[in-house]
Design a binder for this molecule. Structure first.
Ligand SMILES: *[C@@H]1O[C@H](CO)[C@@H](O)[C@H](O)[C@H]1NC(C)=O
Ligand SMILES: [Cu+2]
Length: 307
């Protein structure tokens, strides 16, 4: 690489890094309240008010082997605030600032009991149970991340109705599969659940995140067909109802997906019901690009190796 092309590459990367941020959860709506998220650019200097959302080190990603895979860098420790009086069965909405259209992949929400006090609860080695998981939907040819973008960069989960009261961490996670290794973007919120539920996850419903993702395999989203099984335990069920179809191992072979821009709105309503967790997917080599990431393919390819 010549000096001039090196400078060009640096210039392009500078432009790209400015114009194409990732996201972080900037607010959480739960129990009829909207709580501000932990802002990695301003809260390190002035965290006011205290946040229910645990610290994230940046809007960047976490590797599967990183000790802070559970709740991002700084998120092992609790924050001072806990969302109070959230009825079991109610919805929780994670509003991400933004999500780049080429960072496609699954979206999953896990919970773990804080053993009474989330502010003093360490997250990294916790046993987590899954409350929803959405991978690739063959009927809409969309990854869950595309649904999140179409829904205004937000994700809605439902706290299981039968869950026993107490303080819990609720962890919403996007996994981006555009790069050679999966990129994890977790966000953990501290929530006090109320109600008369008695549901507690069984041992087989729970695992540490490092164990879940140490053995997980993800598809190449640009080349198919490929079979994809959502990693982790089954979605927790407390009321004796049958497990979701999303947890049965089935495999479907699809025609190649046509490339649809992320600006096209999903007509699929956002629900907490998971899509099929295991399906064979043929992905297009061209991929959607978000409004702030409207770059030429070569630039996107360049960024893919660095962002
Ligand atoms: C929860 O833990 C925090 C941090 O250790 C502590 O300041 C607070 O008093 C505890 N709250 C309760 C109710 O024990
Ligand atoms: Cu990136």
């Amino acid at each position: 690489m010549s000096i001039s092309s090196l400078f060009l590459a640096i210039f392009v990367l500078a432009l790209v890094n400015q114009g194409c941020a990732h996201g972080f959860v900037h607010d959480v709506q739960v129990g009829g309240q909207k709580y501000p998220g932990w802002n990695p650019s301003s809260d390190p200097y002035n965290e006011s008010p205290p946040k229910i959302v645990r610290k994230v080190g940046s809007d960047g990603y976490i590797d599967a082997t990183d000790a802070d895979l559970a709740c991002h860098h700084g998120g092992n420790d609790g924050t001072a605030a806990v969302a109070s009086s959230v009825d079991a069965g109610s919805k929780i909405v994670f509003d991400w600032v933004y999500w780049p259209g080429d960072h496609q992949g699954p979206v999953t929400t896990y919970m773990t009991s804080c053993n009474g006090n989330c502010s003093s609860f360490k997250a990294n080695d916790a046993q987590w149970f899954k409350i929803d998981a959405d991978g690739y939907d063959p009927s809409t040819k969309q990854w869950a991340a595309a649904k999140l973008i179409a829904d205004g960069a937000s994700w809605t989960s439902t706290i299981p109705a039968g869950l026993a009261p107490g303080q819990y961490l609720v962890r919403n996670e996007i996994i981006a599969l555009h790069s050679s290794t999966p990129q994890y973007y977790p966000s953990c919120s501290q929530v006090e659940i109320t109600g008369s539920g008695t549901g507690k996850p069984s041992d087989s419903d729970m695992a540490t995140l490092k164990d879940i993702y140490a053995t997980a395999t993800f598809p190449n989203i640009y080349n198919g067909p490929i079979t994809f099984t959502m990693p982790g335990p089954p979605i927790v069920q407390f009321d004796g109802s049958t497990r979701s179809v999303g947890q049965t191992a089935s495999s479907t072979t699809l025609r190649p997906a046509t490339s649809t821009g992320s600006t096209s709105k999903s007509t699929t309503p956002q629900t907490s019901t998971p899509s099929r967790s295991s399906s064979a997917v043929t992905a297009s080599t061209t991929h959607a690009s978000g409004p702030q990431c409207h770059l030429s393919r070569s630039k996107r390819v360049l960024r893919r190796h660095l962002s």
